[in-house]
Every structure is written in C-alpha cells, then in structure tokens.
Design a protein around this ligand. Structure first.
Ligand code: FES
Length: 86
C-alpha cells in the first residue's frame, strides 16, 4: 500500500492496495467531507499536493479542476505516496 500525508491535519494514513483514499480514512475514523462516496457529488474534492492517483469518477470533478491538481478521494486509489491539502 501507499502512505497518504494530510498536510493540514498532520496525520498519516496507510491505504491498502485496491482501497480508495476515502475508504481508508473512514476505516481509520478520520473525518473527511464526503457524501456520495462514488465520484458523483464532488463533496470530497481535495487538492493533491504530491503524488499520483487512479481516479474513476462519475462526473463529480471537471477536467479544469483536475488540471489544477484537485482529485476526489472517494473514487481514487493511490499510485504512489500522496500529500493532500487537508
Ligand atoms: Fe461524492 Fe466524493 S463523496 S464525489
């Protein structure tokens, strides 16, 4: 798995292979904004400061936002260690 560092919270999270960032965070009891949990609503949208993800969203983010570095933790699996702006 990969490590996710939450820059503002100062917390670290281990994400198992095949697990989304949000699922791992919720399993650990972290409180992150989320609603649909499947890439539709955009509630979980977060800036990715470092690293790469495999994001399979359902319209909850615009390409322009992806270009600006945002991602949806509910439908993204890490492809590297990550640093996120939370
Ligand atoms: Fe709805 Fe992530 S919780 S897009």
């Amino acid at each position: 798995g990969f490590n996710v560092h939450f820059a503002k919270m100062g917390d670290d999270l281990s994400v198992a292979p095949g697990q989304t960032v949000l699922a791992a965070a919720l399993a650990k009891g972290m409180r992150l904004p989320a609603s649909c949990t499947r890439g539709v609503c955009g509630t979980c949208k977060t800036k990715l400061l470092e690293g790469k993800v495999d994001m399979q969203h359902e319209g909850g983010i615009r390409q322009r936002e992806v270009d600006q570095g945002f991602f949806l933790p509910c439908c993204s699996k890490p492809l590297s260690d990550l640093v996120v702006d939370r």
